[in-house]
Write a protein that binds this ligand. Structure first.
Ligand SMILES: [Fe+2]
Ligand SMILES: [Fe+2]
Length: 331
C-alpha cells in the first residue's frame, strides 16, 4: 500500500558484471516478467526487503481498521453502518492475505506482530491521524484508499508471485472502498451547510497527510533504485504523488470543495498540476512515533494481541492433539 515503507537495504542495483551466476539468472527472470515463487532461489536482500515491505503493508491494513472502526457505532444510518462494517472487515482480510504472503518468505505472523509491537516495524503514517467527524469516513475512503489504490495497482505486477496475487484480490475491494468514501463526500458536500463544513474540515485536515503516504520526495529517497530493478517497486514516490493530485483536483472541483493548498495550479507546460509539498518534518516526526495517534494505535494493537492469546493457544493445542491422533492412527 505505502511506498513510504518501500526502502531497500541496498542503494544502487548491482551491475551485471558484479553479479554471480545465480544473481544474473534471478535478475534475468525478473526482466522477462517471470514471477519469483517461494521455493525459487533469491538474494538475501530481496527476501529481507520483501519481508519488510509486505509485513509493513499488512500492519497498515490492520492498524488502518482503527480510525474507521471508531465510527461503526456512530454511523448515521443502518445502510452506512453496513457499508462501513464491510469495508473495515475487508481491511482485516487484506492484512490476512499479506501476512500469508510474507510467511511464504520464511517469517511467521507472530514474529511480524512482535516486531510491530516492539517498534521494529512501521505502518503507514496516515493511520496516526484521528478521525474527528463523520465526513472523515468519506475523506478516508476517497483519499486514503484512493492513494492506496494508486500504489497497489502497479504492485499487481510486482516480481514476487504471492505478493502480486494478493494485490489482485485487494485491488478489487479497494475500488469499492474509494467509491463508498466518495459517495459519503458527495452527500456531505451537497448537503446542509453544517454537512458541507464537516466535509471541508475533513479535507483540510487529511490532504497533506495523504500526500505524505507516498513517502519522501525521490530526491530524498536514495534507496529506490534496487527496488525498481527488482520490480518490488514499480513507480517512484513522486510519480505516484503527481498522479494522485492530477486525479483528485477534478474530483474536488466536482464536490465544490477546496483543497487547503493555494499552490495548486494547472501547468500548461508539464500538462500536470503544480502543488505544494507537505511539511516533511511533520512526516518524519509521525514516523518516529510522535504523531497524534501513535500511542493509542499501538495500545489498541497490543491489547488485541494480548486478548487473543487464549485463541492462539487453543488453536495450537487443537493442532497438536490432531497431529498426535493422526500419528497414533498411522502406527
Ligand atoms: Fe486495504
Ligand atoms: Fe481499503
Amino acid at each position: 500500500m505505502y511506498s513510504q515503507m518501500e526502502k531497500t537495504e541496498g542503494g544502487d542495483p548491482k551491475l551485471q558484471a558484479d553479479m554471480t551466476d545465480k544473481e544474473r539468472a534471478f535478475q534475468d527472470k525478473i526482466d522477462r516478467n517471470i514471477k519469483i515463487e517461494p521455493r525459487d532461489w533469491m538474494p538475501d536482500n530481496y527476501r529481507a526487503t520483501l519481508i519488510r515491505q509486505i509485513g509493513q503493508h499488512a500492519h497498515s491494513e490492520v492498524v488502518g481498521q482503527l480510525p474507521e472502526g471508531n465510527w461503526i457505532t456512530r454511523a448515521p444510518t443502518l445502510e452506512r453502518k453496513a457499508i462501513l462494517l464491510a469495508k473495515v472487515q475487508d481491511e482485516a482480510g487484506h492484512g490476512l492475505y499479506l501476512y500469508a504472503a510474507a510467511e511464504t518468505l520464511g517469517v511467521t505472523r507472530d514474529q511480524l506482530t512482535e516486531d510491530l509491537l516492539a517498534g521494529r516495524m512501521k505502518y503507514s503514517s496516515i493511520f496516526n491521524y484521528p478521525t474527528l467527524n463523520w465526513a472523515d469516513m468519506g475523506a478516508v475512503g476517497w483519499l486514503v484508499d484512493g492513494a492506496a489504490i494508486l500504489n497497489q495497482v502497479p504492485l499487481q505486477r510486482t516480481s514476487y508471485g504471492p505478493y502480486a496475487r494478493a494485490m489482485v484480490r485487494i485491488c478489487k475491494e479497494e475500488s469499492f472502498h474509494a467509491r463508498q468514501g466518495f459517495h459519503i463526500m458527495m452527500k456531505m458536500a451537497k448537503g446542509s451547510d453544517a454537512q458541507r463544513k464537516m466535509a471541508q474540515d475533513a479535507v483540510n485536515r487529511l490532504w497533506f497527510p495523504v500526500l505524505m503516504m507516498f513517502g519522501p520526495s525521490d530526491k530524498d529517497s536514495v534507496h529506490t533504485a534496487q527496488s525498481l530493478a527488482w520490480r518490488i517497486k514499480i513507480d517512484t514516490n513522486d510519480q505516484l504523488r503527481q498522479k494522485f493530485v492530477d486525479q483528485t483536483v477534478p474530483q474536488i472541483e466536482y464536490l465544490g470543495l477546496d483543497l487547503p493548498d493555494p499552490g495548486i495550479k494547472w501547468n500548461d507546460e508539464t500538462g500536470q498540476y503544480d502543488f505544494s509539498d507537505p511539511d516533511w518534518s511533520e512526516f518524519f516526526n509521525v514516523i518516529k512515533g510522535n504523531g497524534p495517534g501513535n500511542v493509542d494505535r499501538m495500545k489498541a494493537r497490543r491489547a488485541a494481541w494480548d486478548d487473543g492469546a487464549w485463541v492462539r493457544d487453543g488453536l495450537l493445542a487443537h493442532a497438536r492433539k490432531k497431529a498426535a491422533a493422526k500419528q497414533l492412527a498411522a502406527e
